[in-house]
Ligand binder design. Structure first.
Ligand code: 5AD
Ligand code: SF4
Length: 475
């Protein structure tokens, strides 16, 4: 049989990363093998993002680069999936004459039949129908070692909140939760394949199962906490208005739940929060943070902010900075407001100039940088438990000249509070890579940077027979 190769370019959020894994999975049925070389590919899929204009520009600039490739390789199939595909449908075909397939956010399971149609010469195909169920195929059964320590699992998709700036409800559809049994089966399979950390994904995980009358999100966390070789559980994203006391208590009660909460607030101004349709005030937000810290004092908090929402005044922006100072976030993401075609805020007047948005973004990020660095510095001298993800990037690309040097290897991992830690301590034990990766190791922190921590391992070297990943190597 002739080998066929699939190249996927994933743009955007973690949910797209997960969806791309699904795409690769369903296309195995058509004998497509994943490749990291775009030139080698017989099928190129672009999994797109529409959240901000910049992400959309990235999609079309990548697609533009593919236009010439088809001339040299007539059999090449090009597919566009994800949020831009859902949003623009047929329009993608009109704009990009070399694209063969446009499939929406609910159409992954239908992709093989769409490809078969194109392969048999039956013109170009578009499918942006919203399916009544989430992921119309069986959970992945992973049997052999997948090689990754950490994986995403989508537990719900879509959103019913309609924040006025946001495109998600239009491109991902109404909120829908997967069945608990399917989720548990999938995570158990991943655990068997060597995965130690799971990040549960959904636009608003706090309302998991509510509409369908399934179990609650904290109950789902409890069940996952019982899965033996899963060591860490994370989740994203939450809406402050739906954050329940039960979920807050989970941070105290569930040993595997990581002590990190990503709680996007978007603005510190009540006037802007109202225009955004966020349905909470800054006071409510502070109360939730304070309760979280009462139950779990060491919890790290991160957030998302939008600067330059239509009508945002200098004084609204000051309130945002004030909020950042009051909460003392461990880290945050901030974005310049961007008009989205379907989102109601695009019709608001008093748009903020790009120069002003840029200025506010810079001020905000610099303001936070100092706070992050202070928080990181406070960890110098402490010992942190780190889940090892592998050799640090610098190490895995170094040493091309074949000369062996006796220098300590740099490993990388994260604390429960989601801080990146690069550490030494297993001198010249590259052969132990597979034994250390996926383990919980104790690291003494000796240096703090604004994006990461550095330290030295305090754990014993794992013994050769220890390869199950259930145990931690506490010194
Ligand atoms: N403009 C800028 N940022 C946006 N976000 C969502 N929509 C927009 C938009 N139109 C940001 C929000 C959200 C994050 C995923 O993206 O901060 O939490
Ligand atoms: Fe978008 Fe708001 Fe839904 Fe988040 S909660 S996905 S910002 S509409």
């Amino acid at each position: 049989m002739i080998e066929k190769y699939l190249y996927i370019n994933t743009i955007g959020c973690q949910m797209n990363v997960y969806d791309s894994e699904r795409i690769a999975q369903v296309l195995k049925t058509l004998q497509y093998k994943l490749t990291s070389s775009v030139e080698k590919a017989d099928l190129i899929i672009v999994n797109t993002c529409a959240i901000r204009e910049k992400a959309e520009q990235k999609v079309f600039s990548f697609l533009g680069r593919l236009s010439g490739m088809k001339k040299g390789k007539p059999g090449l199939i090009i597919g566009v999936g994800g949020c831009v595909a859902q949003q623009d449908g047929e329009k993608v075909l009109a704009r990009m004459p070399f694209v063969d397939i446009v499939f929406g956010t609910h159409a992954i399971a239908r992709l093989p039949e769409m490809i078969k149609k194109v392969e048999s010469g039956k013109s170009r195909v578009v499918n942006v129908d919203m399916a009544p169920e989430i992921y119309e195929f069986q959970p992945v059964e992973e049997t052999k070692n997948s090689g990754s320590t950490s994986r995403f699992v989508t537990i719900m998709q879509g959103c019913d909140n309609y924040c006025t700036y946001c495109v998600v409800p239009y491109v991902r559809g109404r909120e829908m939760s997967r069945l608990p049994a399917d989720i548990i089966k999938e995570i158990t399979g991943l655990a068997k394949s060597g995965v130690r950390e799971i990040t549960l994904l959904g636009q608003n995980v706090n309302s998991y199962g509510k509409k369908e009358g399934l179990c609650s999100f904290p109950e789902m966390l409890e069940s996952i906490n019982e899965i033996n070789s899963i060591q860490r559980i994370r989740f994203t994203t939450s809406h402050p208005k739906d954050l329940s006391l039960d979920l807050i208590k989970s941070f105290k009660n569930l040993d595997k739940l990581c002590k990190h909460f990503h709680l996007p607030v978007q603005s510190g101004s009540d006037r802007i929060l109202k225009k955004m349709n966020r349905k909470y005030t800054s006071k409510h937000y502070f109360e939730k943070i304070s309760t979280l810290r009462d139950y779990c004092p060491e919890i790290a908090i991160s957030s998302d902010f939008i600067v330059g929402f239509p009508g945002e005044t200098e004084s609204d922006f000051m309130e945002t900075l004030e909020m950042i100072k009051t909460v003392g976030f461990d880290s945050l993401f901030a974005f310049k407001y961007s008009d989205r075609p379907n989102a109601p805020a695009s019709r608001l007047l008093n748009k903020i100039s790009d120069a002003e948005k840029k200025k506010r973004l810079k001020i905000l990020l610099e303001f936070q940088k100092t706070i992050t660095l202070e928080k990181n510095k406070s960890l110098i001298g402490s010992t942190q438990e780190v889940l090892v993800e592998g050799l640090s990037k610098k190490e895995s690309t170094a040493g091309g000249n074949g000369i062996k040097k006796r220098i300590p290897l740099q490993w990388t991992g994260r604390t429960s509070t989601n801080k990146i830690v690069n550490f030494t301590g297993y001198e010249n034990c590259g052969s132990h890579k597979e034994k250390i990766t996926g383990k919980l190791i104790r690291v003494r922190i000796d240096r703090a940077l604004s994006n990461s921590l550095q330290g030295k391992s305090m754990s014993e070297r794992p013994k050769s027979s220890d390869n199950k990943g259930e145990e931690s190597y506490a010194a």
